[in-house]
Design a protein around this ligand. Structure first.
Ligand SMILES: Cc1cc2nc3c(=O)[nH]c(=O)nc-3n(C[C@H](O)[C@H](O)[C@H](O)COP(=O)(O)OP(=O)(O)OC[C@H]3O[C@@H](n4cnc5c(N)ncnc54)[C@H](O)[C@@H]3O)c2cc1C
Length: 329
């Protein structure tokens, strides 16, 4: 992992939509001392994303990077957070400095990241400054009798944890511009492995997701999650000028989080949506119930999605797609 990015990252800790005060204090301090742009990094769920971004913007970070996945909620394990930050560094490059508030959470996550990237970490600082691009962590030592200045700039990022309430949180100057808010998505696998999916568009400008803007969606669920059905669906979608959407269980290797429809994914309102092998969980239907015409195909003659479907075909997803493919020829 050797890529580098000339930024200072401040990891924003939060519980749901409540931001831990030390994080914004640290953000304000970083703004005044960092020789490179300051990025607020937030790991959260899609549902909490906008509220957190709205609270952070007045602190004027040069950029806000929001990383979403449903496992990144208040129950997020320290391993998941550390693995996510590590993956971000692999793909985006190592920042010059990586700052955490020295809360219980920050004190647990920072050393894990440090272990992953083999960098130096100065814990429990009470002040910070930069000398050019060298970060100096200032902390009491020898039974708090003297203040030490510690640097660790041989391997990036230069990591510190800083005690909460040693800096002021300041909302001065320009808020973070909308086009400086970047969204990334991760998939956290059951073994805690984190896959950073492709970059997504700015969530605030809503310039994103062609899925949200499309007229026809073929939506695939677990009952259509086999290579042959997926390939057929992609062929039929192309013929119909449709886009593929998926339920949450299908996000991963083949489909991105951007394609997920639902509470923690994209809300869509196409003219026509054809649901294949989807049971109709509330977290899914909430994201597509505004569709003009809802078709559902399910081997279960009474799957819950039947309740909102205009047309219901009790049968195999693959057989339905095959017939559709032939009908369109
Ligand atoms: C906080 C939270 C947020 C969530 N957010 C979302 C979200 O945004 N989007 C989302 O989708 N989910 C979300 N979920 C997950 C959601 O609760 C469901 O687990 C998920 O939607 C189920 O996906 P599914 O319908 O593909 O799978 P299943 O519920 O397993 O349904 C598969 C269906 O396929 C049918 N089937 C099986 N074989 C075939 C076949 N050969 N042909 C046709 N039909 C077949 C079965 O009868 C079944 O009805 C969330 C959950 C939580 C807890």
């Amino acid at each position: 992992m050797s890529k580098q990015c000339d930024k200072t990252w401040v990891v924003v800790e939060h519980r749901g939509v409540v931001i831990e005060p030390g994080s914004v204090q640290l953000l304000s301090k970083a703004k005044t001392i960092s020789p490179v742009p300051v990025v607020a990094v937030v790991l959260t769920t899609a549902a909490d994303r906008d509220k957190l971004v709205a609270q952070l913007r007045p602190f004027g970070a040069d950029q806000i990077m929001v990383v979403t996945d449903d496992s990144l909620n208040e129950k997020m394990t320290q391993e998941t957070a550390a693995a996510t930050l590590t993956q971000m560094m692999v793909q985006l490059g190592r920042p010059i400095a990586l700052l955490f508030s020295a809360t219980t959470w920050g004190r647990s996550v920072a050393p894990r990241v440090q272990g992953n990237v083999d960098a130096g970490l100065t814990a429990d600082c009470v002040d910070l400054r930069f000398d050019n691009q060298t970060l100096i962590g200032i902390k009491p030592s020898y039974g708090d009798r003297i203040m030490c200045e510690i640097t660790s700039d041989s391997v990036l990022p230069q990591m510190v944890t800083v005690r909460p309430n040693v800096f002021q949180a300041v909302q001065e100057g320009e808020p973070t511009p909308e086009d400086a808010i970047e969204q990334l998505a991760v998939t956290v696998k059951p073994d805690n492995q984190v896959v950073l999916n492709q970059r997504q568009e700015n969530p605030l400008t809503n310039a994103d997701n062609s899925l949200a803007a499309t007229d026809i969606i073929l939506a695939l669920g677990r009952g259509a999650n086999d290579p042959v059905t997926i390939q057929l669906a992609e062929k039929v979608a192309q013929k119909m000028g449709a886009k593929i959407g998926v339920t949450r269980p299908l996000v991963g290797d083949h489909f991105t989080q951007e394609q997920q429809i639902g509470q923690s994914g994209t809300t869509v309102a196409p003219k026509l949506i054809i649901n294949l092998g989807i049971s109709g969980a509330a977290q899914y239907t909430t994201g597509m119930s505004g569709a003009g015409t809802i078709v559902a195909v399910n081997v279960d003659p009474d799957a819950p999605i039947k309740e909102i479907a205009d047309y219901y075909y009790p049968g195999e997803a693959q057989a339905f797609l095959q017939a559709l493919d032939e009908a369109i020829n």
